[in-house]
Design a protein around this ligand. Structure first.
Ligand code: FES
Ligand SMILES: [Fe+2]
Length: 424
């Protein structure tokens, strides 16, 4: 349970808030590169309670500027891409990728007024199949080069989906190892979308032993389950400052995992980015086909609150799924977090011992906010390209011998230079 002031600190992210300042200190993903093809239309973007528009100018350079024209507020995402910028449809004002007004065709020709108008704009960069922005003060840090971003294009894939609740609910679902045994429990079925995970690994021991420890980039999370065979099944996942996770590992022996980033749109909705990574070539068509069955072209889940997540109680009775909401796991998570309320009231919750990870990640975030309020840099920021690697990062799933625990396993793997998951 949190005090109301703590819940506010963690969930309020608009301009001027401490939480917003923390999130603005890092690059944040705003769209996939696929959504911004050369010659494509401008894209409205809502992030951290600001309305912006992402566009490519007629030289294909990316720009991110305020959505509403500084003249009289018309939506610039409907504008024309021409003459070195984005032109507003109302009176024709033209803005370059830096937000500078470069033409006001209805004004006198001396252009004096035009040069005085500079619209909101933020830096943008393409990296890892995603377009990122830096909305903070001062020099931008590095975008962290995790494998799901830095691997060759054939080994990675990114999507986004909009969810109707505060960003922290998304992050907390992604760092919570124990819900997997319930919310996502499924009977065997064709076309299992668990991306390598195996239902058996979660349903045989529904009381995982959990541990968490600090790392250079955030926290490492351990969940260990005892299998009926007597084996100990360990999953090592991660929280990454400030709003990232790597919640999904492949099966033991398969090299790959998934990343997530939970970026506030405002305090009552967020964009969840999902990153797929494998050391072998991804079957992108298969991953896309599953997504297209479950997420509309508007980047919203087809199962949603308005249709009660299409819950099917017969499916529950047959034990096809615990939740009766199909086999697409992100839809289960969307149900769980959106029904907590748009901003969960954490003064009313009752945390148990398996919420240790939730408690520790909140502490890490509150500590990060305090650290910044004391005048320090945000934690885990990478200022030097030579530091942009993660020798203590490991995201893996494995069977470990009796007597070994998660930290000892990681020490052994890292000692062997296997901070990347074992090769197939
Ligand atoms: S409102 Fe955009 S040019 Fe007038
Ligand atoms: Fe989940």
């Amino acid at each position: 349970m949190l005090a109301m002031a703590q819940n506010d600190l963690l969930t309020q992210t608009g301009p001027g808030t401490p939480g917003g300042k923390l999130l603005r200190s890092y690059w944040q993903p705003i769209s996939t590169v696929e959504e911004m093809p050369v010659g494509g239309a401008p894209l409205p973007i809502k992030i951290l309670s600001e309305d912006l528009v992402l566009f490519r100018d007629d030289k294909d350079r990316l720009g991110l500027i305020g959505l509403h024209c500084p003249h009289r507020a018309t939506d610039l995402s409907y504008g024309r891409v021409e003459n070195g910028g984005l032109r507003c449809l109302y009176h024709g004002w033209l803005f370059d990728i830096n937000g500078q007004c470069i033409d006001q065709p209805a004004e006198p020709e001396d252009k004096k007024f035009c040069h005085k108008v500079r619209h909101t704009s933020y830096q943008v960069k393409e990296y890892g199949g995603v377009i990122w922005t830096y909305m903070g003060e001062g020099d931008a840090p590095q975008i962290p080069a995790f494998q799901f971003l830095s691997a060759a294009p054939e080994n990675r894939l990114a999507f986004r989906v909009i969810q109707d609740c505060n960003w922290l609910q998304g992050l907390e679902s992604s760092t919570d190892p124990s819900h997997t045994s319930y919310l996502h429990r499924m009977g065997p079925g064709p076309g299992d979308e668990r991306s390598g995970a195996d239902a058996r690994l979660f349903s045989e021991d529904t009381r995982p032993r959990l541990a968490i420890e600090s790392t250079s980039y955030g926290c490492r999370i351990y969940a260990m389950r005892k299998m009926a065979t007597g084996e100990n099944y360990l999953r090592v996942n991660n929280y990454i400052y400030p709003c990232g996770t790597t919640p999904v590992t492949e099966l033991p022996g398969v090299a790959g995992y998934q990343g997530r980033w939970y970026v506030p749109r405002d305090d009552k909705s967020h964009t969840r980015f999902e990153f797929f990574y494998k050391s072998r070539v991804l079957d992108k068509d298969a991953i896309r086909a599953i997504r297209d069955q479950n997420v509309g072209p508007d980047n919203r889940h087809i199962r949603n609150a308005a249709n009660r997540y299409l819950q099917d109680r017969d499916e529950q009775k047959r034990d096809d799924s615990f939740c009766g909401m199909g086999r697409y796991i992100p839809a289960h998570d969307a149900f769980a977090i959106e029904t907590q309320g748009q901003i969960q009231d954490r003064t009313q919750e009752h945390l148990g011992s398996t919420d240790v990870v939730i408690i520790e990640v909140r502490k890490a975030l509150l500590g990060a906010i305090k650290h910044m309020q004391d005048g320090n840099d945000a934690p885990g920021l990478l200022r030097d390209i030579r530091e942009n690697n993660f020798p203590d990062f490991i995201c893996a799933s494995d069977y470990i011998p009796d007597g070994e625990d998660g930290p000892a396993y990681c020490k052994r793997m890292l000692g062997q230079g296997q901070n990347k998951v074992a090769a197939e």
